[in-house]
Design a protein around this ligand. Sequence first.
Ligand code: SAM
Length: 340
Amino acid sequence: MTPDRFGRPLRALRVSVTDRCNLRCRYCMPEDEYVWLPRDSLLSFEELTRLVAVFAGLGVAKVRLTGGEPLLRHDLPTLAGMLGRVPGIADVALTTNGVLLARQAAALRAAGLRRVTVSLDTLRPERMREFARSTAHADVIAGVAAARRAGLAPLKLNTVVVRGFNDDEIEDLVEFARPHDAEPRFIEYMDVGGATRWSADQVVSRDDLLRRLAARYGSVTPLPDPGSSAPAERFRLPDGMTVGIIASTTAPFCGTCDRARLTADGTLFLCLYAERGLDLRAPLRAGASDDELARLVAEAWRGRVDRGAEARLAVARREALVPVSGLRADPHREMHTRGG
Ligand code: SAM
């Protein structure tokens, strides 16, 4: 399929399978109440699989299941299996907060899921209680261990670094990852929809993170980019361990972004920061053929000019992207609806 207006091909699809989450992370879902997608708007496994097949026909080879919290979706291993069997899909991965992972890791692997990324922002249960309003820290740790036992590899651990919250745990998180054969990845706090408490002073930049790692470990060597469009820059510590940094806020990578996002109700987003998406559910449920659906997606992608994170760099006084009232009026603007 033709690339977008900046020559970027469509190669990867993030599929959000639910907008619900069992955590309330301060950087993503800090409010007391949310407007949820109507239940009957959520796509069935068959509908999701059909859309993924349409995307595969347009060149998508990689699918990542996300949410909300994807493991809240009943019987996720079955969906992982269905998507893994779509011709052209070479890789199905999962991003999860890990709370429900221990009990599902083996079934996910058996269904064909290859890789998992677990969000782990702190090693301190009391911090998680305060920051994510959850007492499930031990379950997350058990989930990480279960993923490794189940052979879900490579295993990645994502940490959103927030100044004054967990920026004193960077080295501890690296050391935690080591015996789990996991790659720690540090993510800059982004001013996406839903991050209503975002402020620039809470962002710990890529450069700060590199300085911290160098102070503790010595030389931190950038690994050559294999030409992939992966968001993480990878670095090697002197002992061979690798660490990723995702600098979405201070050094965005829009120029190589080959990802589209599908929400649980079948809305296509071409950028995490996009104001509007394209409704694929209505034509799907009105009986559109695969060719017609493919035409809609291809047309949208061909016209894509989004460079959301780079555009934010140009904003002089940066604050939360969308006010709470805007999120209530359109929950599609929430990070937890778009899948991160
Ligand atoms: N619930 C799953 C999880 O926790 O991984 C999947 C959905 S979550 C929205 C996907 C990713 O987005 C997580 O790694 C999360 O930390 C990240 N995220 C959410 N809000 C963010 C923000 N304001 N800045 C940077 N990353 C964010």
